[in-house]
Structure formats: C-alpha cells, structure tokens
Design a protein around this ligand. Sequence first.
Ligand code: PGA
Length: 245
Amino acid sequence: MRKIAAGNWKMHGSRLQLDHIKALAERHKEAACDIIICPPAAFVSLARDYAGPLEIGAQDCHSEEKGAYTGDISAQMLAELGATHVIVGHSERRAGHGESNATVCAKARAAQKAGLIPIICIGETLEERKAGAAQHVIKEQLDDSLPEASDSTPFVVAYEPVWAIGTGMVPRLEEIDEIHQLCRSELRRSHPMLADETPLLYGGSVKGSNAAEIFSVADVDGALVGGASLKAEDFSPIIEALEQS
Ligand code: PGA
C-alpha cells in the first residue's frame, strides 16, 4: 500500500498561497508516498494546474448528485475540477454542520460513485476519551460511516481525535496504536477484501517535529495534516518522515 501525506487547508489559502503547492510539486517530484492537498473547493481547479505529480482533493461534498442545494458542491463537480479525493466527516463538519454518521456514509458513497476516493474521518471528543468511551465511539463511527462491504471501491480512513485538532495536543503513541489496531481489526471484520489495503491516517497536530514518531506506529499509513500543510517548508519534513518510515 502507498502511504499518504494529505494536507487539509480548511478555509485558508488564496491564489498566492497556491505557490506552496508548486513548491511542493517541484520538491517531491518522485515521492515514495502519495501527496494530496485539499484546498478550499474554490481553488481546486487552479491548484490542479500547479500540482504536477501531487493529487488534489476537496474537503467536503454533497451526498446528492444534483438538486436544489444552494451553496453545495457535488462529488461529480469536484471530479470535473480535477480532484481525486474528498475528505468527508471531518469533525469540523460533524460538529459545525450537524453531520451524522449516516450523512457521512452517504457522502462517502457519492464520492465513490463520482470516481473520487473518500477520506473518511472519525475520532472521539475529549469527554468521550475521559469517559473511557473512545473505542466504543470509534467502532460506532466505523460501523455507520463507511460504505457497504459489498462495494469494493477503495476508501481511506483518517483517525483524528477531536481534542488533538489544532490544539498542539497529540495522543500518546500507545493510544494511537490502540485505535489504529482497532480500526484495522474492525475493517478486517467489516470489509475483509479491502481491510489490508485501506490506508489508516492519523490526524491532529502532526508537525515536522513529531511526524517520525507517529509514523513509527505500525498501523499508521500516513497523516491528515491541517495547519502544518499550509506552507511547503512545514509540510515537506512531514512528507520526508513518511517516506523514511
Ligand atoms: P491540525 O488539523 O493538523 O491543524 O491539527 C488536522 C485536521 O483537522 O485535519
């Protein structure tokens, strides 16, 4: 399986900032991992022009192909702009836009139907972790957010503990290991044909300074990176750590 360094720009960036994509594309022409940048949808097409061997993803899509959904974007439209991936179920969407596991699952299916690979995010809140419910929450999110097993179209899972996103707090390596092992074994049960080929990304305060130790965890196949993906000089060391892992 090819490992993945994915950057989630969230609602950041500008035309000028696309130069960072150009710089990454030049610096990582023959990367030993897949590099995916997910800028705001408004920049997907322009970003594609700058991306060379890098892939471009989006941060969300609607679950329907078309219709009266003002302000929304379908997976098919993102594919037409040159996206290959789309993040679905990011905790900022789950919390800020009331997205349930069922919504996330419908979006993941819509992405697959449009030929995109969904990066399906899961993760517990701090309260859930403190209550000892992290494993239960993760199992439930996996059960209810992933597309059916009968479909052998690939997808990516990103474990992003909500409390680690943008906070500088990172779980202990044993905690990451425990959840990634849980995800792998759940996938083997629910999606036996895809389980060992499904990249499991870790996300939440990944930086150049902690990337190598996070990538040393056995079932971590890459990262979904927010803040540290905005500048080429910050994202490059993470890509290099992944290539060396
Ligand atoms: P962060 O965000 O790397 O800034 O913590 C990760 C994410 O939200 O995907």
